[in-house]
Design a protein around this ligand. Structure first.
Ligand code: FAD
Length: 301
């Protein structure tokens, strides 16, 4: 279970004491505030704070005095225009702060997104919990034969059982050693900052992660994408669900132009034009590499 009864009680208490504010409030986001959404076997995401809403994006774009505009359709049109034309700074006016519990190997991918503010749980100061990510059976897959950076068929039967056993055993043994290095009767015990060295990458860590909506969209574009590793993708998907409720107009534009849209190269646009003119274009006559052509075919469906 990702949260203890005490932690759940703290969250309930925070949600039970609403305060009045003059600031912009997103009703959709208020429903998520503080609540933990479980991700993987012991992880979660929860929104700790946020600033702004769809109207704040419009307000910043127009540098206006009031709270957004008079017509939702105007707001929607402007937000779509901003997204379409990569006019990104108005989206930076919205911010989100998340509390995330995640395996260390996921954190390593996540931390590559440099445009965020992060504060991580200190394993120099505190003792880590005995919690490891163990993939569910349907995620225990073999190396992909077509994609060097991916997985293929799900392992079955004895092989799946053997792998699962190794993952559990190694993590358990490493944690036993961690605990025994920290404290043993009649010994001084190794410092926490050193004892953690032997722990595996599936150990859970936690952090507070704050970013603005523009950079969050960039993160989601990369990490909620089918090419992202499953273990980070499920976090991105959980965040995306909150963002959809927080800024529905901006999220719809993001889904349309970024998640659902594609960027075509000049060569690809030339091919589309030639195809529309009735020409039979092949990879050889397209001017594209085999890889580009393959991806272009996927875009064309
Ligand atoms: C499917 C996938 C596979 C990947 N595989 C690998 C891999 O094998 N090895 C590996 O090392 N990484 C890998 N990465 C990580 C990837 O290369 C990026 O580091 C990561 O996605 C963060 O992207 P970003 O730099 O655009 O994001 P952020 O750091 O959030 O930056 C956002 C944007 O800010 C700007 N920016 C931020 N900092 C700078 C800067 N210092 N200089 C100039 N512009 C800046 C850039 O425009 C950038 O796009 C992979 C990522 C994905 C999604």
């Amino acid at each position: 279970m990702p949260l203890s009864p005490d932690q759940i009680a703290e969250i309930d208490a925070a949600r039970a004491t609403p305060r009045q504010t003059l600031r912009a409030v997103s009703e959709g986001m208020e429903a998520h505030l503080y609540r933990a959404q479980e991700v993987l076997d012991h992880g979660f995401i929860r929104v700790i704070d946020y600033m702004g809403d769809d109207a704040a994006i419009v307000q910043a774009a127009r540098v206006s005095y009031g709270a957004g505009t008079k017509h939702v359709s105007n707001d929607e049109g402007l937000i779509r225009y901003l997204m379409r034309h990569w006019h990104s700074t108005p989206f930076e006016m919205c911010e989100i702060k998340l509390h995330v519990k995640l395996p260390v190997f996921v954190a390593r991918q996540w931390i590559r997104h440099r445009t965020a503010n992060v504060n991580e749980y200190s394993a120099r100061y505190s003792i880590l919990d005995r919690e490891f990510y163990i993939p569910a059976p349907d995620q225990l897959a073999a190396q992909s034969t077509v994609n060097n950076q991916g997985r293929g068929a799900v392992l079955q039967g004895e092989e799946a059982a053997r792998v699962l056993e190794i993952l559990k055993r190694d993590a358990g043994q490493a944690f036993d050693s961690y605990e025994s290095m920290l404290s043993q009767e009649g010994q001084q015990g190794l410092a926490r900052e050193l004892a953690r060295m032997n722990l595996p990458m599936n150990t859970y860590t936690q952090w507070y992660w704050k970013t603005d909506l523009h950079n969050l969209f960039h993160f989601l574009r990369l990490r909620a994408d089918a090419h992202a590793q499953y273990e980070i993708r499920v976090y991105a998907e959980a965040i995306a669900a909150c963002v959809k409720d927080w800024v529905p107009l901006a999220f719809a534009a993001f889904e349309d132009y970024r998640m659902g849209g594609v960027t075509l190269s000049a060569k690809a646009i030339d091919c589309v034009k030639r195809m529309l003119n009735g020409e039979k274009v092949t990879q050889e006559t397209s001017g594209m590499s085999k890889g580009e052509w393959r991806e272009f075919q996927v875009v064309l469906g």
